[in-house]
Design a protein around this ligand. Structure first.
Ligand code: PMP
Ligand code: GLN
Length: 381
């Protein structure tokens, strides 16, 4: 995890945000919203602090949040979850992923992910001394091929780690693919880990949690967080939902990673999970409009643009503009257009270099005026 000079290698997101601030370019690199989420949720955190919710919360999480997470699973997905035994609050989805992988993967175990993959997956598998195997997602739809998926799951596969809606590509796994993953997990005795942090941010497609598919519950660890849904990425309130024996394994690690986290943000996130349906519908609709604004701007500028079905990001191909190397293009983009994006190769092993060479990830979770300004600037390319 260190660079060849012995220094900490900054994540691609930190590097791109630093590039945006040093050049003054519009940051469509790191995926975080530039507007606050619902006022009730923010007020609830202030209120919790004022009421003295400032010491260590219980190890599994505040009762009010455990119950809200279980109630949310029932309300949106019809799943019955025991809040005391089958839920664990974590420091963001990141800690849930870390504690899951460190708790369940032994040296040499295979962990299968989709590729491109969120950067933390690769680093965490490395920390656990696991073996990272992948199934490619290719443009234009960025969905896994079922034959390749079948071939990739073996008796050595300990975890099948999926992410839908997907960062960085915006694809949403269809039910047939979820069912195939469940079938393969059963056949090879693998555990399914599903990262659903963008669960409420889908565009005219339903989010189907894999845990809701037949035969999945008993071998699935569902991970999510409040950061994306409530635009509170800095609060780092995440959770894992799983059969109690898996929660025990994850808690055993979590208690020594952070012990507990975010006391006043836990009741505030609980309040968010109970907001009326209109909040969730309008959050997705607002983001869909932003997707369309940025996508139209990128198309008008000459990029070939993907059509994400969920999440924060759109993939744009710079090849039609004459840029074959997206990494080089992204380094120059602040100067060329005053915009920052992330080369898709940052989410891939070198074996996918050729397929991703000219592809760039742009974040659209930004204010409409910012996206419109970005579109104008990109038009000058
Ligand atoms: N998984 C994915 C796919 C993400 O995009 C993110 C946020 N960038 C995370 C996990 C981390 O979530 P959190 O901030 O809750 O730790
Ligand atoms: N999830 C965000 C992204 O993909 C950033 C999170 C981070 O910086 N670690 O851009």
């Amino acid at each position: 995890l260190l660079g060849s000079d012995g220094a900490v290698r900054p994540t691609i997101f930190a590097e791109m945000s630093a590039l945006a601030s040093s050049t003054g370019a519009i940051n469509l690199g790191q995926g975080f919203p530039d507007e606050d989420g619902p006022a009730e949720v923010l007020d609830a955190a202030r209120e919790a602090i004022a009421q003295g919710v400032n010491q260590y919360p219980p190890g599994r999480g505040s009762a009010v949040l455990l119950e809200a997470i279980a109630a949310h699973q029932h309300r949106f997905y019809g799943l019955d979850v025991d809040p005391q035994r089958e839920v664990l609050v974590t420091a963001g989805a990141t800690e849930a992923l870390a504690a899951t992988i460190l708790g369940l993967v032994e040296e040499g175990d295979e962990v299968l992910t989709l590729e491109p993959f969120y950067d933390a997956y690769g680093a965490l598998i490395e920390l656990a001394r696991g073996v990272h195997t992948t199934v490619p997602l290719r443009s234009p739809d960025f969905l896994p091929d079922h034959g390749e998926l079948r071939a990739a799951v073996t008796d050595r596969t300990r975890l099948i780690l999926i992410n839908s809606p997907h960062n960085p590509t915006g694809s949403v796994l269809p039910v047939e693919t979820l069912d195939l993953i469940v079938e393969l997990a059963h056949r090879h005795n693998a555990i399914i880990v599903t990262d659903e942090v963008y669960e409420h941010l889908t565009f005219r497609v339903a989010h189907v949690p894999i845990a809701s598919r037949p035969g999945a519950r008993e071998r699935t660890i569902t991970i999510s967080s409040g950061g994306k849904t409530f635009s509170t990425t800095g609060w780092k309130i995440g959770w894992a939902i799983a059969p109690s024996e898996h929660i025990t394994a994850i808690l055993a690690v979590k208690q020594f990673l952070t012990y507990v986290n975010g006391a006043p943000f836990q009741p505030a996130t609980a309040l968010g999970l109970g907001l009326p349906d209109e909040f969730f519908v309008s959050a997705a609709a607002t983001l869909e409009r932003k997707r369309d604004i940025l996508s139209a701007g990128l198309s008008a500028a000459g990029f070939t643009v993907s059509r994400p079905q969920g999440g924060y990001f759109v993939i744009a191909d710079a090849a039609p503009l004459g840029y074959a190397d997206a990494a080089d293009f992204c380094r120059r983009l602040p100067e060329l257009a005053g915009v920052v994006g992330v080369p898709l190769s940052a989410f891939c092993h070198p074996r996918m270099a050729a397929e991703t060479a000219s592809l760039v990830r742009f974040a659209f979770c930004k204010r409409v005026d910012v996206l419109e300004r970005a579109a104008v600037q990109l038009a000058g390319l």
